[in-house]
Design a protein around this ligand. Structure first.
Ligand code: TMP
Length: 392
């Protein structure tokens, strides 16, 4: 049974950065639910994928050093540990991972045409398609079974998880490895990072819920790695149950125990989270209002989808945060979805115009602090809402 626990209000499409501001943007009610049976946390309203993942999708994995390094390291690990003959990535984005592999060995699946074009141009086999059973059948006919399937920050975006895993199970070889990587529900709860929820993130996984999901398809997790990317993610290493060659690492049990200890299997944990989030909104607004009253200026750093949730949930307007700053070409000179706050192109001097930076990309805090030593030196301050609103 799905039980409701948090209302994040009316939210626009998180990655719909408009060139010309309009106050009649379509908004969808963002409500969060906990399934008491399979322990999955999900949002209520499902928006057709075509509306979100199209030919103007602005998110690019290669925009941060942190992500590029993470993918590079993973590629080394995959080659060393599993040495796969054929690798498939579901949601290959702009190729941040696949570019680390031999072009003959790797296949990308990317529904956003503007992103698929990037890897196609570089000579990587890329299917500009949504991941589903029909595509899995086509791939099997053309390429045979695949021995390593990888997907980062993608499966949480796909409504029909049964179709996702059925298709993977069909295409993956008997001894094949599936690696999936997504934000960790445990970290989200601990950090009170409610901005992990936006209409693209249909699910937020825990090891408990992934285990339950996989069970139906005779898959099992054999290893788990906690990562710092995206504000705390989990990388799940998965195999078919029939493959007895790989031992199950103790990490899997440990992660599940930690999640149970925190109460991720109980509804009351989510009610507590909901109260924390409401308190976080009040406190963030207090901080921003005080800065405004002192006549100081604030810029958001990183025009993230996460920041869209915050702006629209807390109803933060241009009087509180004047601009956002970002390096992504697809976002520059556009407006933050739902708000008349313009995104400006990052340059080394732009921060001179502001006294405070609100960390929209709080998940890249270290990378940003390293980059903005000059701003810090001249007394510039950062604002974050993680794990609770404060000035750093
Ligand atoms: P994400 O948190 O969803 O990965 O998005 C990060 C956003 O922040 C993306 O739009 C790129 C942007 N960004 C910058 O503009 N400058 C930076 O130094 C970093 C690390 C990210």
């Amino acid at each position: 049974m799905n039980k409701y626990f948090l209302d994040l209000g009316k939210q626009p499409l998180a990655n719909n950065y408009l060139k010309i501001y309009s106050n009649v943007q379509i908004k969808y009610h963002l409500k969060l639910f906990f399934n008491t049976k399979n322990k999955i946390v999900s949002i209520s309203k499902r928006i057709p994928s075509e509306k979100m993942f199209n030919n103007t999708y602005p998110y690019r994995s290669s925009m941060s050093k942190t992500m590029k390094n993470s993918f590079f390291k993973l590629s080394l690990e995959i080659k060393k540990k599993f040495n796969p003959k054929k690798i498939l990535e579901i949601g290959s984005n702009d190729g941040a991972l696949i570019k680390n592999f031999d072009k003959k060995k790797v296949i990308g699946i990317e529904p956003c045409n503007n992103l698929a074009k990037i890897t196609l141009k570089k000579g990587f086999i890329t299917y500009n398609k949504y991941w589903n059973y029909k595509l899995a059948q086509k791939l099997k006919r053309k390429h045979g079974n695949i021995d390593l399937i990888y997907s980062a920050n993608t499966l949480t975006h796909i409504s029909n998880l049964n179709d996702v895993f059925r298709s993977i199970s069909y295409l993956l070889s008997k001894k094949g490895i599936l690696i999936i990587e997504d934000p960790s529900l445990l970290e989200c709860m601990k950090k009170n990072s409610y901005d992990q929820f936006y209409n693209e993130h249909i699910y937020l996984f825990s090891a408990i819920s992934v285990k339950n999901l996989l069970n139906k398809f005779n898959f099992e997790i054999f290893d788990i790695k906690n990562l710092s990317t995206h504000g705390g993610s989990i990388r799940y290493y998965i195999k078919k149950k029939s493959n007895k060659n790989l031992k199950i690492n103790n990490n899997v049990k440990k992660q599940i125990q930690n999640e149970i200890k925190y109460g991720l299997h109980k509804f009351k944990t989510y009610k507590k989270f909901s109260n924390n989030v409401q308190r976080s909104r009040k406190n963030l607004l207090k901080i921003l209002q005080k800065i405004k009253n002192n006549g100081k200026k604030i810029a958001g750093y990183g025009a993230t989808a996460k920041a869209v949730t915050i702006l629209n949930y807390c109803n933060i307007n241009k009087d509180l945060i004047q601009n956002f700053i970002d390096i992504t070409p697809e976002k520059i000179n556009r407006y933050m979805p739902g708000k008349k706050i313009k995104i400006l192109k990052y340059n080394r001097n732009i921060l001179n115009n502001y006294d405070y930076i609100f960390l929209g990309a709080w998940n890249f805090k270290e990378e940003i602090f390293n980059k903005e030593k000059k701003f810090i030196k001249r007394g510039g301050k950062f604002i974050t809402h993680i794990p609770q609103p404060k000035i750093i």
